[in-house]
Design a protein around this ligand. Structure first.
Ligand code: ADP
Length: 172
């Protein structure tokens, strides 16, 4: 079982094996954490994403799936891209969100990453309530069968940090 650590940070600065990106289906870069990662990584990352689209992912990356690329100029070695669900009031998409964490950790195992940092997937533009997004993150990482030693759950603001801490407390 991996150790879970909550850190308050800009994910692009972390010296970990792999940084997870809350990407979009097209792997095209965008706003939020995706934009920050693309800026920090530099052009090598967009080239790698474009190559994936031209080869193995012509239709893009489905929601809940994950794929690894270079991390370009970031301290990390890899970026693991995953596509979170867009929150909807009347549809429960928690399985899709949990799948982002599970498949990212599977990819981490495949590439041999031992330390992995996650942003709060779907909690930005995709609209997930922070308490739900952080609870699913903690629950899924807790239950994951993975060779990863340390999972960093990166809180970008007070609300995220409070959500992670409450979720960790509740599951003790
Ligand atoms: P999504 O489209 O999956 O909702 P966003 O990028 O809009 O993705 O937001 C996901 C989460 O990432 C939000 O909680 C946001 O506060 C956080 N975030 C944004 N920039 C950074 C960053 N540089 N480092 C860590 N977390 C970030």
């Amino acid at each position: 079982m991996a150790t879970i650590r909550i850190v308050r940070s800009d994910i692009t600065t972390l010296d970990v094996d792999a940084v997870v990106n809350a990407a979009n289906r097209q792997l095209a870069g965008g706003g939020g954490v995706d934009g920050a990662i693309h800026r920090a990584a530099g052009p090598e990352l967009s080239t790698a994403c474009r190559k994936l689209r031209e080869t193995t992912l012509p239709d893009g990356l489905p929601t809940g799936d994950s794929v690894a690329t270079t991390a370009g100029n970031m301290p990390a070695r890899w970026v693991i891209h995953t596509v979170g669900p867009v929150w909807a009031k009347t549809i429960d998409k928690s399985d899709q969100l949990a799948s982002c964490y599970r498949t990212s950790l599977q990819v981490a195992d495949e590439i041999g990453a031992r330390s992995v940092a996650f942003p709060t997937i779907s909690a930005g533009v995709y609209g997930y309530p922070m308490d739900e997004a952080t609870r699913i993150a903690v629950e899924t990482c807790r239950q994951a069968d993975t060779k990863v030693d340390t999972i960093y759950l990166v809180a970008f603001n007070d609300e995220a940090e409070a959500g992670y801490r409450a979720a960790l407390e509740n599951q003790r």
